[in-house]
Ligand binder design. Structure first.
Ligand SMILES: *[C@@H]1O[C@H](CO)[C@@H](O)[C@H](O)[C@H]1NC(C)=O
Ligand SMILES: *[C@@H]1O[C@H](CO)[C@@H](O)[C@H](O)[C@H]1NC(C)=O
Ligand SMILES: *[C@@H]1O[C@H](CO)[C@@H](O)[C@H](O)[C@H]1NC(C)=O
Ligand SMILES: *[C@@H]1O[C@H](CO)[C@@H](O)[C@H](O)[C@H]1NC(C)=O
Length: 352
């Protein structure tokens, strides 16, 4: 090392002056309030460090949002942008003036379209994008997912999307497409979402689950296709390949029949939610293999409340085995809890 440089480093280290100077320069600051109207900026320190929150819920047009983001920001990072119940219509390319957004919530704001480059400037910073309760019929999935390389959460809950292309992203962990207009035939291919852990696709006009919907997702923990119109589950429709499945929800569908081998790959403590369906029996060929994923030490469950279960001899295999029954929570058609069934009755009358 050059002698003078070495001396300089030595002096700086001794004096502690340099780190303090850097800290002072890095301190985040809101822009001049009048320049960003009607947005409101706030520095929040609740978490022990400062974050910049920008609330633009008062904007009445896309232009107003665009003008606010043209202001000079002393620190061009917006930790959280909130736009709720505003009137926006669309998000054009570059609307955020190259500011670096980390988390953006733009909900209930009548959005009809989003340009694939709307988040220009946030390519390496945006981790969380929530566009729920808008009026999107289309969404530029490919550009958004390939452009935003850090995006881990994407919520498009309660829009009007009717078809989804094959999706691809390394960073996405959480995807909520619930309550849109996606029919079974337009269900997306998720094989390019290798790290996805949570998928919500319920509340769509799904009548079946296309085979292989979840099997390419090696990290999936939570899957929710509740509140749809699924009537039958055929072989191979829900075979999980992930190490640890936490929750699978098919509550509030129209499920009458589940073929043996339709559901597989659960974990020792998974919860399988089948409440509010049309099951009249829990057939042994289908359900015994599912129950075998569970062990007595853990609270893995099949939840079947509010199904018209007849609780006849076709369920005797379950009623006579307390350790299996322990993992099932439900009631018969008339309301009687399945844990209250008379085991002796089924032992004596159902096996010949
Ligand atoms: C949304 O905004 C409208 C006015 O534009 C207002 O009447 C309504 O109360 C707001 N709703 C919520 C939930 O804030
Ligand atoms: C059941 O699903 C239907 C269809 O999505 C929905 O309209 C209804 O509100 C849901 N019921 C409950 C109790 O969530
Ligand atoms: C409900 O139905 C089950 C199965 O038929 C029967 O064992 C039970 O006693 C019934 N409960 C009532 C309250 O009638
Ligand atoms: C209950 O089922 C389990 C799993 O199939 C089996 O290992 C056990 O022996 C059964 N218990 C009784 C009392 O039949």
């Amino acid at each position: 090392m050059d002698k003078n440089v070495a001396l300089l480093v030595h002096l700086l280290t001794l004096s502690f002056g340099l780190p303090l100077v850097i800290l002072a320069q890095d301190e985040i600051q809101c822009p001049n309030p009048s320049e960003i109207e009607p947005c409101v900026c706030e520095i929040n320190s609740d978490f022990g460090y400062d974050i910049l929150l920008l609330d633009c819920s008062a904007v009445t047009s896309t232009e107003e949002l665009q003008v606010a983001f043209q202001a000079d920001f002393p620190t061009p990072v917006v930790d959280e942008l909130l736009v709720r119940n505003a009137t926006l219509d669309f998000l054009p390319a570059g609307v955020f003036g190259s500011k670096e957004l980390k988390k953006a919530i733009i909900s209930e704001s009548r959005l009809r379209s989003v340009d694939g480059n709307a988040f220009a400037g946030s390519e390496g910073s945006l981790t969380w994008l929530d566009l729920s309760e808008n009026q999107l019929q289309e969404f530029p999935f490919e550009e958004i997912l390939s452009g935003l390389t850090q995006l881990s959460h994407l919520t498009l809950w309660r829009n009007s999307l009717s078809s989804i292309p094959s999706l691809s992203s390394q960073s996405l962990l959480w995807l909520n497409l619930a309550f849109n207009q996606i029919p079974s035939t337009e269900a997306p291919l998720f094989s390019g979402l290798e790290n996805l852990e949570t998928l919500y696709i319920g509340g769509n006009p799904l009548t079946e689950l296309p085979n292989g919907l979840v099997s390419p997702l090696g990290k999936l923990k939570d899957f929710d296709a509740s509140n749809s119109f699924i009537s039958d589950l055929t072989v191979g429709s829900l075979i999980f390949q992930s190490d640890r499945v936490s929750s699978v929800s098919l509550n509030n569908n129209s499920i009458r029949a589940i073929e043996p081998g339709a559901i597989g790959g659960l974990s020792y403590d998974s919860w399988l939610w089948l409440g509010d369906n049309k099951l009249m029996a829990l057939e042994e060929n289908t359900f015994r293999p599912i129950l075998q994923y569970f062990t007595n030490e853990y609270y893995g469950r099949i939840y079947v409340r509010n199904n018209p279960l007849l609780c006849e001899c076709d369920m005797a295999w379950l009623f006579v085995n307390t350790s299996l029954l322990y993992h099932v929570e439900g009631n018969c058609w008339n309301g009687t809890d399945i844990w209250a069934m008379d085991q002796t009755y089924f032992e004596q009358n159902c096996f010949h």
